[in-house]
Design a binder for this molecule. Structure first.
Ligand code: CTP
Ligand code: MG
Length: 554
């Protein structure tokens, strides 16, 4: 137990955190709490997409009466839900009950006349609201409550962590404070839906679906928005059983490969977003990447977007991660903390390079949880054995089958605390034989590395791929050094527990501070690496604590 004075030293922030907890437990799939029954990934995607299609985005004047605004919009039909947020101006997200209301609103909306410039008359669901006469000061101008769309500053987070009651509480606090909110999730689906409207200019029945951390339950406020342009929706219409002896096919243009087709499609959609997409700026076509993409900023939502197509396996791995995140409430808390720790030490970066990615870190945590005794998470092969005919899924020859019904998976009998798991994670990977072993969540055990990349993490579905092929030896070493140091810090705290020094950052907060080992190893490059010394220290602490274990257990 942490001293009460720590709690009392920042009552405001604790109260704020508690208030948030109440809110988030009511939200749908974004909360951390165990909720049963859990919704299937496909159900969530379907519901959210349909909701987004009934939703509009409105840039509002800074001074506005919320009541009058809602009354004005209600002329087009009843409103299910709305919220405001700030992002270089005031924005409103308004969800109507019926899709027809959107069309009705579009019918009374005009294309602006811009004086010397000319407007591209694209009729989107992103509007600009103007006041014919500005609101005067005396009118009933309620203060508008804006929903926050960004994660707390490192300073605020640090304070909150120092005020927590225990390491377990620290991990839960971090999750609660940085996970996607209900509103941010809505905004992500809406942004995809707005992009879908643009892509539909070429492919009328396409779907633009979010994937990656926006939907896999591991996204934090401010993460990028990965989008998948799904053209197979169109294909589905033609898979109906043809009657009789006739089979009709479209006349199409052929190109030499799937990759070229992908590049051509993304190229035109990228052009379209650049020229006609309201609010889409900085459009870059990155078509020579392994997975070709169009990158742009969606100004109104503030999201950095990556649009890909022909990338269905990534959508499937988002579904798998979503399942793992929902199977046990400790999974997300641990993943968020490891990601936050990695970011604090610049192990991850928003710039692509030789560093570990958040996706790799997530898979490492899942693997670690599969290795606990008893396991906290099942292996992918086991999830495959539980699958039924409906779960069967083969994508481009890869077997992506796994059970999707949560009720068929038994909860884990492992009751380890988050504190223990955090410490053990650092020890486990601080001592992992990265030079010879590969991380494999399909089988849930180490495999011999099939190739010589410093870090080998098998792609769960495209098993010949290494998801961390980009990671250099020095980045891996940095990860190992920091993991060892963090394990050591947590062990030291365990030892000192009798006399906690009140004003020092502790637990997870201490792990986010700049590394001692790293600066030492930089300063004394030729001496024995700091991590080795820490490893030895850790060993000695561990043997001491095993000797004393009967005493401490008592
Ligand atoms: N992906 C993959 N193989 C990789 C990289 C990514 O299959 N080598 C897939 C994963 O499904 C991942 C998604 O693409 O979730 C999006 O990648 P990325 O944006 O890099 O990761 P996120 O999980 O979205 O995490 P972040 O919050 O850092 O964006
Ligand atoms: Mg992402």
């Amino acid at each position: 137990q942490r001293p009460l004075c720590r709690l009392l030293s920042c009552p405001g922030t604790v109260a704020a955190a508690l208030g948030r907890e109440e809110q988030s437990s009511g939200s749908s799939e974004t909360g951390s709490e165990d909720r049963t029954p859990k919704k299937r990934f496909s159900e969530v995607q379907k519901e959210r997409r349909e909701q987004a299609q009934r939703t509009v985005l409105i840039h509002c004047p800074n001074k506005i009466s919320e009541k009058k605004f809602l009354k004005y919009l209600s002329q087009h039909g009843s409103i299910n839900n709305h919220f405001f947020y700030e992002s270089f101006g005031l924005y409103a997200v308004v969800e109507f009950s019926q899709k027809e209301s959107v069309a009705s609103l579009q019918n009374v909306t005009r294309t602006p006349s811009l004086g010397t410039e000319a407007a591209i008359p694209f009729r989107s669901r992103y509007f600009n609201l103007k006041l014919k006469t500005p609101l005067n000061q005396t009118s009933e101008q309620s203060s508008i409550r804006c929903r926050n769309q960004s994660s707390p500053s490192s300073k605020k987070l640090f304070e909150l962590l120092c005020c927590a009651e225990s390491v377990d509480d620290q991990l839960s606090t971090l999750l609660r404070e940085s996970q996607l909110t209900e509103e941010n999730t809505r905004l992500r689906y809406l942004t995809c839906s707005l992009i879908e409207d643009v892509a539909a200019a070429y492919f009328p029945d396409c779907a633009v679906r979010p994937f990656g951390s926006s939907v896999n339950s591991f996204g934090k406020l401010g993460c990028d928005l990965d989008m998948f342009l799904d053209l197979d929706e169109i294909e589905k219409f033609s898979t109906h059983k043809a009657s009789g002896n006739f089979l009709m096919e479209f006349q199409v243009k052929n190109v030499p490969s799937e990759r070229i087709a992908t590049q051509k499609i993304l190229s035109v959609v990228g052009e379209c977003l650049d020229h006609f997409g309201p609010g889409c700026v900085g459009v870059q076509k990155i078509l020579n990447a392994r997975c070709p993409l169009v990158r742009f900023s969606h100004q109104a939502s503030g999201f950095q977007c990556d649009l890909t197509t022909n990338n269905r396996i990534a959508l499937k791995s988002s579904e798998l991660l979503y399942m793992y995140g929902a199977l046990d409430s400790r999974v997300r808390a641990l993943v968020f903390s490891i990601r936050c720790w990695a970011r604090a030490h610049s192990l991850t970066s928003s710039i692509p390079g030789a560093w570990i990615t958040n996706f790799s870190l997530t898979v490492m945590v899942i693997f670690f949880l599969q290795r606990r005794s008893p396991p906290i998470l099942p292996t992918l092969d086991y999830l495959k054995t539980l699958a039924d005919a409906e779960d069967k899924c083969i994508i481009e020859g890869h077997n992506c089958t796994f059970v999707r019904d949560f009720n068929r998976i038994k909860p884990s009998g492992n009751a380890e605390t988050l504190e223990l798991l955090l410490k053990e994670f650092f020890e486990y990977f601080g001592n992992f034989a990265f030079n010879k072993n590969s991380i494999n969540i399909r089988q849930g055990r180490e495999q011999n590395k099939p190739e010589s990349s410093p870090l080998h993490i098998q792609n769960p579905f495209e098993t010949s791929l290494n998801i961390s092929k980009n990671v250099s030896q020095s980045q891996l070493q940095k990860f190992v050094d920091l993991a060892r140091e963090s394990a050591w810090i947590l062990h030291q705290e365990d030892k000192d527990r009798v006399s906690p020094s009140n004003n020092q950052p502790w637990g997870l907060a201490a792990l986010l501070l700049p590394s001692v080992a790293n600066s030492m190893s930089l300063a004394k490059k030729k001496k024995k690496p700091a991590s080795e010394r820490i490893k030895n220290l850790l060993e000695s602490i561990k043997s001491e604590s095993t000797e004393n274990s009967t005493a401490t257990n008592g």
